[in-house]
Design a protein around this ligand. Structure first.
Ligand code: NAP
Length: 600
């Protein structure tokens, strides 16, 4: 074990530990921006890709490096842009003007620092000095110093960026710092002494920036999960290709110390690439969203994983076995597909968070192969973040990660559906004009948004209604369940998009005590997160999942199209509660009808 490796391992562990502490402080409100932010930071694979694309390692390495640069820059540019778009939306009721002036100051500081760094780098570049990188002495410029210091500053800025996500107030500033850190890492790498040709670097970067920029700026907020998945797949592909290039370049003549992380990098990168592509396609509706299962599926998948691990161990012991190496990479691609096929589209957010974590590990492995500490740090941060986020989601859904990965939940749900729909009493309905009469008599309302609000794109109508109610002197609060919708923080992002100040949004633990005193709970497209059976029915798949205690409110109005169940496939007995009234129809249309009734 070399000293370098030891240092790398210490850095990896410490960064993971730090990541754990930073990420546990991120409020659920910011979980979706966290996903895209870590995704952008995971684009650090760009650093390794730049070297492979620009060095004189032969045509195969250059081509692989060029593809890796394109993929990683798509990640970086798209990830930072969409995170900034999201964070811009989060504001407090009285904060808009202050935020704008703060953002202007922030922008000026950013531009000034960029100019300063550019001047410093130019000065260093033209200083006639000697340096040493990876054992080679380089004359005429100061690559060692530029690389070393730019990486140290970038690492600090990435950590600051993650720290900023602990509050919506500082999140944007934090992400600007992280983006600047990425810029420094990339610019510093351009001074790498082994880079001799910038042609393919520039072309790859331009293509990646155009694709990533378009995705980051154009994609609607509802499509954030599939964009994140696509982005993971590109980052993972970059890591995998850099690993393949390193193996090819050395004809497999690698030490065990290098072969171990390299094998891990190509396997994890490969399976994350195809797994994330599959997840994106399911979420986008390009592939059927339901779980695809067959007899013996789990056994087959575990068998395949066993073959991959056995090949990896063989290669660590006897690295020069190119055929086995490429077969193992191919099998990793296939395994990624097979891993995601049996998982339903609704479980994809957990899978995406998990794949995010795998992508981070592939990046960290690349860092070990290239002995690049910034990649070890960011890979470890990313790995921890994704893992923790997937665990938080599973816990909030009262399911285990094993159940999500191997349980084919949507399939079981469908089989149980028939038995579940069974009337338990009568259901009351309400018309929009009757709801207006009800509203006339209330002083407080708690709005409970859910997945149906996202489907109907009713967040603007909900925000408008809240304003109308507040003008009438009614106290309005929003109740946000941690897994309402289909991605962590889904409701927060949608409501922020509709300009709802985040200080009106209450997390489940905060809002539950208020339901008893509320005159009305207005449920807009939420279902599972309000199901009282989760509290006492041990036979219910929802049993144990903490819910919003909507049934405590004095009256309950539910906007949805039918009595159909939600994600879990479990019938909601709330609808049979005598206090509950159903306003059937698409949530957006129902709100429009309600506005018309309110006007008349
Ligand atoms: P839900 O239980 O899935 O229910 C959503 C409801 O929206 C449906 O019952 C549907 O009823 C209604 N709906 C659909 N389109 C609508 C429209 N156009 N207008 C009005 N209503 C519409 O949603 P939820 O209460 O938000 O709960 C989320 C579920 O997803 C939980 O079970 C959670 O565990 C799971 N999940 C969440 C995450 C996450 O990260 N947030 C990740 C994975 C899984 P109709 O068809 O009758 O209209």
């Amino acid at each position: 074990m070399t000293t370098e490796l030891e240092i790398g391992l210490y850095i990896f562990m410490l960064a993971g530990f730090l990541g754990y502490h930073l990420i546990t402080r991120v409020p659920p409100l910011l979980h979706t921006p966290l996903m895209s932010a870590t995704n952008a930071i995971a684009g650090i694979s760009l650093v390794g890709s730049l070297v492979v694309a620009g060095a004189d390692y032969g045509p195969v390495s250059t081509i692989l490096g060029f593809i890796a640069v394109t993929c990683s820059s798509t990640n970086v540019v798209g990830g930072f842009l969409i995170t900034d778009r999201m964070l811009k939306m989060f504001k407090k009721s009285d904060e808009e003007a202050a935020l704008q002036s703060r953002a202007q100051v922030g922008r000026r500081i950013l531009v000034a620092s960029a100019i300063l760094v550019a001047c410093l780098i130019a000065f260093l570049y033209w200083s006639p000095q000697t340096g040493e990188v990876n054992g080679s002495t380089v004359q005429g410029k100061l690559p060692t110093e530029v690389l070393k210091y730019s990486y140290i500053v970038s690492a600090a800025l990435f950590i600051l960026g993650m720290k900023g996500l602990s509050s919506p107030k500082y999140a944007r500033r934090g992400m600007h710092a992280a983006a600047f850190g990425m810029l420094m890492a990339v610019v510093g790498t351009l001074f790498h002494p082994e880079i001799v040709n910038y042609k393919w670097i520039i072309v790859g970067f331009i293509i990646g920036s155009i694709v990533g920029g378009t995705m980051g700026l154009r994609i609607p907020m509802t499509a954030v999960p599939q964009r994140t998945a696509l982005s993971h797949s590109l980052g993972a592909l970059a890591a995998c290709l850099v690993g393949v290039s390193e193996y090819f370049r050395h004809h497999g003549e690698l030490s065990k110390v290098v072969m171990t992380p390299l094998g891990f990098e190509v396997v994890v990168g490969g399976l994350t690439f195809t797994g994330s592509l599959m997840a994106a396609a399911k979420l986008q509706g390009l592939l059927p969203g339901h779980p695809i299962t067959y007899r013996g599926q789990n056994v087959f998948n575990l068998g395949l994983l066993g073959v991959i691990i056995a090949s990896l161990i063989y290669l660590v012991v006897m690295p020069p076995a190119p055929t086995l190496f490429y077969v193992m990479v191919g099998l990793a691609f296939v395994f990624g597909l097979l891993l995601v096929i049996p998982i339903g589209a609704a479980d994809m957010p957990v899978v995406i968070a998990l794949l995010n974590s795998y992508g981070g590990l592939a990046d960290a492995s690349m860092g070990f192969v290239l002995m690049n500490k910034i990649q070890i740090i960011t890979g470890s941060l990313d790995g921890t973040s994704g893992f923790l986020l997937s665990l938080l989601m599973c816990r909030a859904m009262n399911r285990s990660a094993v159940n999500v990965l191997f349980g084919a939940f949507g399939k079981i749900k469908k089989e149980e559906e028939g038995a579940a729909v069974e009337a338990k009493g009568s259901v009351r309905t309400i018309a929009p004009d009757e709801l207006v009469a009800l509203i006339d008599g209330i002083r407080s309302v708690i709005i409970v948004p859910g997945y149906g609000m996202a489907v109907a794109q009713a967040q603007y109508g909900v925000a408008e209604l809240a304003k109308v109610l507040m003008k009438r002197g009614i106290d309005v609060k929003y109740a946000i369940h941690p897994v309402a919708g289909r991605m962590p923080g889904h409701m927060n992002v949608l409501l922020a998009e509709a300009n709802v100040p985040y200080d009106q949004l209450y997390e489940m633990e905060q809002i539950n005590p208020y339901f008893g005193g509320a005159d009305m709970a207005l449920v807009v497209g939420a279902n599972d997160v309000t199901n009282p059976a989760a509290k006492y029915n041990k036979n219910s798949p929802l049993y144990g999942m903490p819910i919003l205690e909507v049934e405590q409110a004095k009256s309950i109005v539910v906007l949805k199209r039918s009595l159909r169940p939600g994600f879990s496939g479990v019938e909601n007995e709330l609808y049979y509660n005598p206090k509950c009234m159903m306003l059937f129809g698409d949530a957006k249309e129902s709100l429009n009808k309600l506005f018309a009734a309110l006007k008349s």
